[in-house]
Design a protein around this ligand. Structure first.
Ligand SMILES: Cc1cc2nc3c(=O)[nH]c(=O)nc-3n(C[C@H](O)[C@H](O)[C@H](O)COP(=O)(O)OP(=O)(O)OC[C@H]3O[C@@H](n4cnc5c(N)ncnc54)[C@H](O)[C@@H]3O)c2cc1C
Length: 363
């Protein structure tokens, strides 16, 4: 069996890794370089504070896989599992936090509601007037996304995966609704399965394959400050302001605004972001006022039309969707790859049934 994976982000590489581990011949086509996509541009927050049992299950498994893979492959992914705090400053978000924690607890997640004063037990400089309620989960954490990708790439190579960089798939061939293979750099590559792990570019890949699915495109901007002494731990996400912040081991504060839907795939940075982010970040942590911003960047990712991942077989036999992970790629990307590999090997996989692409075809 030969598999062509389109996209060298966390989803594509982890799918390739788990397939190759089972002895399957896999080639990954990446149109630019590893880290070009969202997997190389994200904040690295990983969380179990989710609002669906199926997503929580995928996240729990991913958390186990982070530990397993970094020792199996021998690569430090710089993961700090120091917990995560969510705060809310509106009645609507207060209700959401409470609802989410109840659901999380029902499936064994150790999250709990805390007061804004209790947030100060973790982060003494937190402005308790910026929130009316908060939640905390001790199992959440932050990782550095680059070593995750390097780790997966090393693991892939050890199992013989051919990772082709600067190899854009620009044509996908099928016959009688059955996949034949892909074209990259003018060459035809025959494959029994083709996996669309193209992240924000998955719509275009679907289009050239003849699949009508359309995911939402999200653009997200983020930035990093000069270093200050360790002070901000665990990481914090303000649900109402949609702002998140953490401190790296080198002391920089990294933060951003949760992504918004975009018509284009542009990754340009904006002054508007810096102004909005700075204002909101200082409302949450007044001590940030006056801190120098060193660098800003942006990335794009995708979400299914119903905000859920899109994982599974399509109407074209052998053409597989593995995209639409939204802002959860680092939380669930590893287990998504593992489940897609199982789907290809077994021909079915109930674990990801909820995310079946064919749900969009049902009335
Ligand atoms: C600023 C920012 C902050 C974020 N913060 C978090 C966070 O804290 N926690 C979290 O879990 N997630 C976060 N995310 C989201 C996360 O990064 C994504 O969910 C995840 O990286 C998606 O991985 P992927 O493999 O699906 O896509 P990508 O990493 O985008 O990989 C897709 C790859 O496909 C390649 N490609 C596309 N078309 C083709 C083609 N035709 N041929 C060959 N290759 C192709 C692209 O070049 C790209 O490298 C954030 C994202 C951004 C931008």
């Amino acid at each position: 069996m030969k598999v062509a994976v389109i996209g060298g982000g966390i989803v594509g590489l982890s799918t390739a890794y788990f397939l190759a581990k089972k002895g399957i011949e896999v080639t990954v086509f990446e149109k630019k370089y590893l880290l070009y996509g969202a997997s190389g541009r994200n904040f690295g927050g990983i969380t179990l504070q989710l609002d669906s049992p199926e997503l929580i299950k995928l996240a729990k498994r991913s958390f186990q896989l982070y530990d397993k893979l970094s020792s199996e492959i021998g690569f430090n992914i710089l993961l700090r599992r120091d917990g995560g705090i969510r705060t809310a400053n509106s009645e609507e978000d207060l209700k959401k936090l409470k609802r989410d924690v109840t659901l999380q607890n029902s499936v064994g997640v150790r999250s709990k509601i805390i007061s804004p004063e209790e947030v100060k037990d973790f982060i003494p400089d937190f402005n308790e007037d910026s929130a009316i309620i908060a939640s905390y989960c001790e199992d959440d954490g932050v990782l550095f996304p680059w070593p995750v990708i390097w780790c997966l790439a090393k693991g892939c190579k050890e199992f013989g995966v051919d990772i082709r960089l600067y190899s854009e798939v620009n044509k996908i061939e099928s016959e009688n609704m059955s996949i034949r293979g892909v074209y990259a750099n003018g060459e035809f590559f025959k494959a029994d399965f083709v996996v669309n792990a193209g992240g924000a570019w998955s719509n275009h890949i679907n289009q050239i394959a003849g699949i009508e699915l359309r995911n939402k495109i999200i653009k997200e901007e983020t930035c990093v400050t000069e270093s200050i002494k360790p002070w901000l731990n665990p990481y914090i996400l303000d649900l109402t302001r949609q702002v998140y912040l953490c401190q790296t081991v080198r002391g920089e504060i990294v933060g951003g605004i949760v992504g918004r839907e975009s018509e284009t795939l542009t990754t340009s940075s904006t002054l508007d972001f810096l102004i909005e982010f700075s204002k909101k970040a200082v409302e949450i942590l007044p001590k940030l006022k006056g801190l120098a911003l060193l660098r800003q960047w942006a990335g794009v990712y995708d979400k299914g039309a119903d905000n859920m991942p899109v994982l599974g077989f399509t109407k074209i036999e052998g053409f597989v969707e593995a995209n639409g992970l939204g802002k959860l790629g680092m939380s669930i990307g590893l287990s998504v790859g593992e489940e897609i590999a199982k789907l290809i090997i077994r021909g079915e996989n109930n674990e990801i049934k909820k995310f079946d692409p064919l749900r969009f075809l049902k009335s």
